[in-house]
Design a protein around this ligand. Sequence first.
Ligand code: 13P
Length: 255
Amino acid sequence: MNQTNVNQTATNATGGRTRLVIGNWKMHGNLADNAALLAALRPANPAARIAVCVPFPYLAQAAQALAGSTVTWGAQDVSAHSHGAYTGEVSAPMLKDFGCAWVLVGHSERRSMHGESDQLVADKAKAALAAGLTPVVCVGESLAERDAGQAIAVIQRQLAPVLALGAQSVCQMVIAYEPVWAIGTGRTATPEQAQEVHAAIRAALDGIGAGGIQILYGGSVKAANAASLFSMPDIDGALVGGAALVADEFLRIAA
Ligand code: 13P
């Protein structure tokens, strides 16, 4: 990472992994609102390491507004290609040019609305790593899949091409478990439901020797439910949507 390292204090319950709270702004914001939000985050020194993933046009604004602070920034998607005739796409080296530390790959909104396959998500993670970015690989089951008892099998299927990149690569990633039914619905997974899946992800990571990486939970995380989620042994932080747009709420999640 080429941004200032954060004063890392909070760790998860048992693994000693640094707590990480990343805001995913999705397609929200404008120059004026972003300026106020970033200015409110800039002086913060929460217990968790914090980051924001902003829409592409605002990367330069985030880079400028957060320069020299402990808050790091990133993007919400990346091309699997490094350059070429891919109209509308943004490459990992371009994100690196802006000083990005992070990039989300495989968010469920991209998988469902843009037809991103498990293999494409792994290819994007690989491209991010090659440019020196940390990919945050998102996985999660739909409500129908959960109701069919398929949650863990779906996560394992989504992870398979990522794990196939090998331990050396996977050790440089972050995984985010975001059950689709909990995103933007106000219906958070219970800490126990989330922990069950996180433990399965940890086991899959352990299987290739990458069990030490951070696994974040996402889906209707708020200040009111963050502490109980973070008390679980395999939940190392959060990927936050709506609540990341309100500085005070976001910082209370990371407190
Ligand atoms: P919400 O926190 O708004 O449910 O969104 C979660 C999410 O999709 C973060 O990537």
